[in-house]
Ligand binder design. Sequence first.
Ligand SMILES: NC(=O)c1ccc[n+]([C@@H]2O[C@H](COP(=O)([O-])OP(=O)(O)OC[C@H]3O[C@@H](n4cnc5c(N)ncnc54)[C@H](OP(=O)(O)O)[C@@H]3O)[C@@H](O)[C@H]2O)c1
Length: 258
Amino acid sequence: MTHQADRFSLAGRTTLIIGGSGGLGRAIALGYAGAGARVLVAGRDQSKLDRISRELGAEGAKPPVAYAADVRAPSAIADLAAQVEADHAPVDVLVNCQGTTIIKPAIEVTEAEYDLILDTNLKSVYFACTEFGRRMCERRAGVIINISSLAARSGWAKAAPYCATKWAVTGLTETFAAEWGAFGVRVNAIAPGFFLTDLNRDRMSEDRKAEARRRNAMQRMGEPQELIGAAIYLASPAAQFVSGATLRVDGGYLASGI
Ligand SMILES: NC(=O)c1ccc[n+]([C@@H]2O[C@H](COP(=O)([O-])OP(=O)(O)OC[C@H]3O[C@@H](n4cnc5c(N)ncnc54)[C@H](OP(=O)(O)O)[C@@H]3O)[C@@H](O)[C@H]2O)c1
């Protein structure tokens, strides 16, 4: 029988973290490297991509491990998939960790702001799942992990478009799991609680931050590295019968809802 610890290894797996240059994606990328995976990341800002390349010990590497792509365009996702496969190997594990938000009352949200959030948080997830999912189905193996949110479980004042995208990501996660299970492809989500990153550090007021800590069962926000265990687990053989699930990593935030 395989030693149980081996079942959490990602040795030999090629992983791609879209948004792997950001706060949570970076932690997952470094965690996957520690679990033995080949780690590739994608984002837009070259300076952030250079930083994660450095941290992965692959600065200036040929082929690169960090790819510039604006994944709001399905054509950019198709190009990314073809490029990483040509440079490295087919992607075994895809993590959709891209995202953005704007905090303001729903009535004040402009069409351009709505489109930005929907395209970044939902359209990109849809087409990344289908582009990489198609390739995984052909190979009869693969794992996709979508980064969802607490906002996929209830309403969230001043974050209407963001909230709508995260509910939708749950629907996509479960639907793709249903369609692709027979092809050996698992699709799951992680719903993080509050973690201070570029996404929210300057967007949340000090009062809102204090409230987020107070309402959490553990009375604090999470640290990005506290997502690594869940991300490794869902990607690994230890989760081989887990699909369509959302794993909350929120310090008991939703559990203490009333
Ligand atoms: N932080 C939290 O408390 C929290 C809680 C729940 C869920 N989440 C979710 O976790 C995910 C990561 O968030 P984070 O906190 O790590 O935010 P972050 O630090 O702002 O990182 C966002 C990442 O997404 C990338 N990205 C954004 N738009 C992109 C685009 N059009 N094309 C390609 N890449 C793009 C960014 O790279 P570039 O800027 O270079 O494009 C960056 O790497 C998001 O889906 C977010 O909704 C976060």
